[in-house]
Design a protein around this ligand. Structure first.
Ligand SMILES: Cc1cc2nc3c(=O)[nH]c(=O)nc-3n(C[C@H](O)[C@H](O)[C@H](O)COP(=O)(O)OP(=O)(O)OC[C@H]3O[C@@H](n4cnc5c(N)ncnc54)[C@H](O)[C@@H]3O)c2cc1C
Length: 416
């Protein structure tokens, strides 16, 4: 009976296999009105015989943060299982733009710059290794970034100097094809972008070759905790015994945490979904060379001539719908800034859910009370730019290795 005293009834309902749900439904004229005692015996009988033990590390959430955290664990000699409620790499990490620099980084917390700068040093080797192992090129290219309007140019230049980011006023040729009232325009010639859907494919292929187990369509519902440890997890496909659990559940982390820990003894992670809509134009290669940031919106040219237009920042309730009004606004922005786009079709319009924290600082921390649970989530607008360093830092924490950057800003008791 121990199991049922710890789990919520709704968690158990989800964890039951469909055949058992059907038995309960049939007994209750189609409704899943459970009798607690009856349920307890059934679940005990079920789980006692079917529980399997997962790898050294179980990672919940297969976005870029989960996948690179898995890779970092593997490289440290640990076996890893990654579990996702859907398919791997299909949520925010797929939807994002892949600019490897925050927008106006000098207006953001230094804790973000720290992770981004360290990631920029890790990316070249990571991309080369992924390319060789998987045969998939994530197209991590130096396209440079042109920022057209900088009312706070002194702060921008000071930030570039502090972080050794090359900069200059843009050559006339870069601005010539654009229509904008530039104000102190800034050219950052060494900024990179990565083609995030390809990066996700390359990491998955690499992890498969390295022996990671993937479990898809499997949602974490609840934890069984005993003696300050997570002993097992309850999911929509069954119960698994676990050794170490890492939550990399992106925009879902805030709500999930509240369900897992309804009684909090310390500040829980505050992470909300923030929707971003993007458009895709199909143009010719090299029509536009740099990433262009013009006030709140940007254009990202891919190598094959596709140009992404982003993005919106909308508080939402896990709703990934797109709307025609936003499509019109993004289209207007793009065609006014870069009139050549009027000749080319829009071939896609999508939305993703960013894991929004108030300042954009992620939680990279061990659970203060449970020995084997940690979190790597809340990267908001810069998850791709921060992912390699964020994964490394979490594994530094787990294995008690000396961290490359200061840990404090990412802990539960700091503002995020
Ligand atoms: C429009 C847009 C543009 C962006 N542009 C950029 C950019 O240019 N540069 C940049 O660096 N960042 C950008 N971002 C932000 C970046 O995409 C995110 O910060 C990053 O993808 C977060 O990664 P993640 O792995 O935490 O989340 P996700 O990729 O969302 O992955 C979380 C995973 O957890 C799974 N999951 C959730 N709950 C459960 C559960 N209970 N059980 C099992 N699995 C679960 C989900 O299914 C999902 O696959 C952009 C985002 C958007 C939406």
């Amino acid at each position: 009976m121990l199991t049922c005293s710890i789990l919520s009834v709704s968690a158990i309902k989800h964890a039951l296999p469909n055949w058992l749900k059907q038995i309960f439904a049939d007994k209750n004229n189609g409704s899943l009105a459970f009798d607690h005692i009856e349920l307890s015996f059934s679940v005990m009988a079920l789980t006692r015989h079917t529980m399997t033990t997962l790898s050294d590390v179980t990672i919940i959430g297969g976005g870029i943060i989960g996948l690179l955290t898995a890779r970092e664990c593997l490289l440290a000699g640990l076996s890893v299982t990654v579990m996702d409620k859907g398919q791997m790499g299909q949520e925010s990490s797929w939807a994002g733009g892949g600019i490897l620099l925050p927008l106006y980084p000098w207006r953001q917390a230094e804790a973000i710059s720290q992770l981004v700068m360290h990631s920029l040093t890790l990316y070249p080797a990571l991309i080369e290794e992924l390319n060789i192992a998987s045969g998939i090129d994530p197209e991590c290219v130096v396209s440079g970034m042109l920022i057209t309007k900088n009312p706070d140019i002194e702060a921008a230049l000071a930030w570039c100097t502090e972080h050794a980011i090359a900069n200059s006023t843009p050559p006339e040729s870069l601005i010539a094809s654009l229509t904008t009232a530039a104000l102190n325009p800034l050219w950052l010639p060494e900024i990179r972008q990565v083609r995030n859907p390809r990066l996700l494919q390359a990491v998955q292929a690499d992890l498969k070759l390295k022996g990671v187990s993937f479990i898809t369509d499997c949602e974490l519902i609840d934890l069984q905790v005993q003696q300050r440890r997570v002993q097992s997890i309850f999911t929509t496909t069954g119960r698994y015994a676990v050794k170490t659990v890492i939550l990399t559940t992106g925009a879902w982390t805030g709500g999930l945490w509240q369900r897992l820990f309804p009684v909090q003894t310390f500040s829980p992670p505050i992470i909300h979904p923030i929707k971003g809509q993007m458009l895709l134009f199909d143009t010719k290669p090299k029509m536009l060379l740099p990433i262009v940031l013009d006030e709140a919106h940007y254009l990202i040219p891919r190598l094959d001539g596709k140009i992404l237009v982003g993005s919106t920042v909308e508080r939402c309730d896990f709703n990934k719908n797109t709307d025609t009004e936003t499509k019109a606004q993004l289209t207007d922005f793009a065609q006014q800034l870069f009139p050549a786009l009027r000749q080319y079709p829009i071939i896609n319009h999508w939305a993703g859910l960013r894991p929004g924290t108030e300042q954009g600082i992620p939680y990279i921390a061990l659970h203060p009370e449970l020995e084997n649970l940690s979190i790597n989530a809340g990267h908001f607008r810069n998850g791709l730019a921060m992912a390699p360093a964020s994964a490394q830092l979490l594994v530094d924490l787990l294995l008690k290795r000396a961290p490359k950057i200061a840990l404090d800003p990412y802990q539960f008791n700091c503002p995020h």
